[in-house]
Structure formats: structure tokens, C-alpha cells
Design a protein around this ligand. Structure first.
Ligand SMILES: [Mn+2]
Length: 195
């Protein structure tokens, strides 16, 4: 069963995350940050990974710790659920349009965290949400999920659209990468024999 449950408690946040890689994209988010919930809904829906996320964080300061720490916990859950990565496709990519926004995501479930982030937002906030936290989330996800992740916004005028297109593009790429490779169902997809 490619499932994982992570609980993570610090002085700043108290988080529980549950995922099922072989789900249907069912989601149940309550992070205390409305816009972030909306983005995580997209991540689950378009990756077809079932996700339940609960976070109680120090949002009286700002949303930073909650967003970053959910990224850490989701990354840890991905690592645990993937196990030895036998039979997966490993790579995924998506070029995703959303109205004015066009975002490209390419990723490798390599075990080697690396984030290349070329996404500029025309505004510093979306509602009360700091746009710079989108990068913080993906940095944490990449680091703790062992993901080589490239995200490039090729076009975009509206910050909400750009952020949402980024989450959807990564979700679609993730769907592809975690799915089973029917031609190599029992093999670890690396000439090294390990990922
Ligand atoms: Mn939206």
C-alpha cells in the first residue's frame, strides 16, 4: 500500500498529513491559511494523490511557518509512501495553461533534492497570502520529498493564476512520476539500482 501518515509538531506548527499515492485525488485541507488550502486542493486533485492535511500554526505572526512546515510534512509523506520506488515512472513533466498564466513543471523523484524556481509574481500578496511563500512550499517539498524540481512561469499577468498554474503543473507532473510503469513493474528505475 503506497500510503503514509506523518505527524510533525514544533513550537511553531502542529501538523498531520495523510496521503495515498493510488487515490482518486480526494482532498481535505485545513491549514489555517485559506489560499494555501485552495492550492493544496489543486495539488491533490490533479495528482490523483489523496491528501488530508491539518495544520495549527502561528499564523498570528504570518503564514510562513505553516506553509513551509506543511511542505516538509508532505515531502516526508511522499518519501515514505514511495518506499524504494520500485515500478514507478520516476519522471514527470507538464506545461499547464491557466488563462494568462503558463507554467512548466518538470520533476525527477531522484532522491536528490534540487529546486530551480523561475516564477515571478506581479504582486507581493494574493489577498493576505504572501506570494513568496509559494516558493517556500516547493522548496520544502523538494527537500523532504527528495525531488529534483524545475518550475518556470513562461507567462502570467495575475498572481492567483500563476500560483494556481504552478500547483497544477507540479501536480500533473507528480501524477505521471508516481504512476506505475507497466513495462517495468518490478524494477527500480535507475541504472544504479537504487533511488
Ligand atoms: Mn483559484
Amino acid at each position: 500500500m503506497r500510503k503514509a501518515q506523518i505527524t510533525r509538531k514544533t513550537a511553531e506548527t502542529d501538523i498531520s498529513v495523510e496521503i495515498d499515492l493510488d487515490g482518486t485525488g480526494a482532498y481535505d485541507m485545513a491549514t489555517g491559511v485559506g489560499f494555501f488550502d485552495h492550492m493544496l486542493d489543486q495539488l491533490a486533485r490533479h495528482s490523483l494523490i489523496d491528501m488530508t492535511v491539518r495544520c495549527t500554526g502561528d499564523t498570528h505572526i504570518d503564514d510562513h511557518h505553516s506553509v513551509e512546515d506543511v511542505g516538509i510534512a508532505l515531502g516526508q509523506a511522499l518519501t515514505r509512501a514511495l518506499g524504494d520506488k520500485r515500478g514507478i515512472r520516476r519522471y514527470g513533466a507538464c506545461l499547464l495553461p491557466m488563462d494568462d498564466a503558463l507554467v512548466r513543471a518538470a520533476l525527477d523523484l531522484s532522491g536528490r533534492p534540487y529546486l530551480v524556481w523561475n516564477v515571478d509574481f506581479p504582486t507581493a500578496t494574493i489577498g493576505t497570502f504572501d506570494t513568496e511563500l509559494v516558493r517556500e512550499f516547493f522548496q520544502a517539498l523538494s527537500t523532504h520529498g527528495g525531488i529534483t524540481l524545475h518550475v518556470d512561469a513562461l507567462h502570467g499577468l495575475n498572481s492567483h493564476h500563476i500560483a494556481e498554474a504552478a500547483f497544477k503543473a507540479v501536480a500533473r507532473a507528480l501524477r505521471e512520476a508516481v504512476e506505475g510503469d507497466t513495462r517495468k513493474a518490478d524494477a527500480i528505475p535507475s541504472t544504479k539500482g537504487a533511488l
